[in-house]
Ligand binder design. Structure first.
Ligand code: ATP
Ligand code: MN
Ligand code: MN
Length: 295
């Protein structure tokens, strides 16, 4: 089959049907544009999306059309998106994974506008390699408070011997992700996240909330530790969001995290310069930095 080259020089054997189809109408971003974005992001993104169970937010007619959050195969699925049985749940329907750039191109072809991996790989399914804290600010929360919360979480992870990395959510908040050696169980990982969330809400109840109550969220930041259960997901670093503005979940440096960077600052349109070969990768040491979670 003809190879589809991208401007970043990566080739894929996946042929895009209707490359001109518009996925983000207000931003005039097409299926072809999304493939080009992924080609630029691929080198940094791949360790966070390959060989991990994936949930996909598919929007076949773009972000203004119907959307489907899918964990399982569908009729006519591209063969570069492969099925894998959950070894801990043999009776469950098979899950989805990709293995290479053809897989990512197949996700573009499938209108998967958001990619939500598990926090583990299929090589050590029961031993997660990250802990994710999702900061969900309620209405009326100043952005500087979200940044302060992220830095506090970094300190609390550091007290557990863990190195943290931070990314914009591409929506409303920040995600602080600690790198862990895949040794502790899902239960250990979720307990550690929950302990930090409850400690923060106990220490600063006027600012933080550690229960998923929409009613109480106004004026608070919900420290969402619930991304860490077995089978739960969070949006992948570099994934696009199926929202107006075509923001992406962008890894940032702790040093650059200030009022000039908002949760949806980085987009399909402006990301390329950050992701070029000459610019530093703020998450370059993510896996090298892994430490065991002390339980
Ligand atoms: P924001 O900054 O707006 O909070 P976010 O990515 O942190 O963005 P949400 O989009 O609200 O948060 O989603 C929360 C999590 O729930 C996501 O990380 C995703 O993995 C999961 N999720 C999203 N949609 C669904 C769905 N339809 N069914 C099950 N889980 C979902
Ligand atoms: Mn969130
Ligand atoms: Mn959340």
């Amino acid at each position: 089959m003809a190879k589809t080259p991208t401007h970043d020089g990566i080739e894929t054997s996946v042929e895009l049907t209707h490359p001109e189809r518009v996925y983000w109408p207000d931003d005039n971003i097409t299926k072809h544009d999304l493939l080009e974005y992924h080609a630029v992001a691929w080198e940094r993104m791949s360790p966070f999306v390959i060989n991990r169970p994936l949930a996909l937010l598919r929007c076949p007619d773009g972000i203004d059309g119907p959307r489907f959050f899918q964990k399982h195969a569908w009729k006519g699925i591209n063969h570069h998106i492969t099925e894998i049985a959950d070894p801990g749940d043999k009776d469950a329907a098979k899950l989805l994974k990709i293995e290479n750039f053809d897989g990512l191109a197949a996700l573009v072809q499938s209108a998967a506008l958001e990619i939500h991996p598990w926090g583990t790989t299929i090589d050590h399914w029961e031993k997660p390699d990250m802990i994710i804290m999702d900061l969900d600010p309620g209405e009326d929360i100043a952005w500087s408070k979200v940044v302060t919360a992220a830095k506090e979480i970094r300190e609390r992870f550091a007290a557990l011997g863990l190195t943290s990395f931070v990314k914009t959510s591409g929506g409303k908040g920040l995600h602080v992700v600690a790198s862990v050696k895949p040794q502790a169980t899902w239960t250990d990982i979720k307990d550690a996240a929950e302990t930090i969330a409850h400690a923060m809400s106990a220490d600063s109840p006027q600012t933080y909330l550690s229960v998923a109550s929409k009613a109480k969220r106004a004026g608070h930041i919900f420290i969402d530790y619930l991304r860490n259960g077995r089978g739960n997901t969070a949006v992948a670093p570099y994934s696009t969001r199926a929202r107006k503005g075509a923001a992406v979940s962008m890894p940032v440096n702790w040093e650059e995290l200030d009022d000039t960077i908002g949760p949806a600052s980085f987009t399909v349109k402006n990301a390329a310069s950050r992701l070029g070969h000459s610019s530093a990768d703020p998450w370059a040491d993510f896996f090298k930095a892994a430490s065991p979670l002390k339980v």
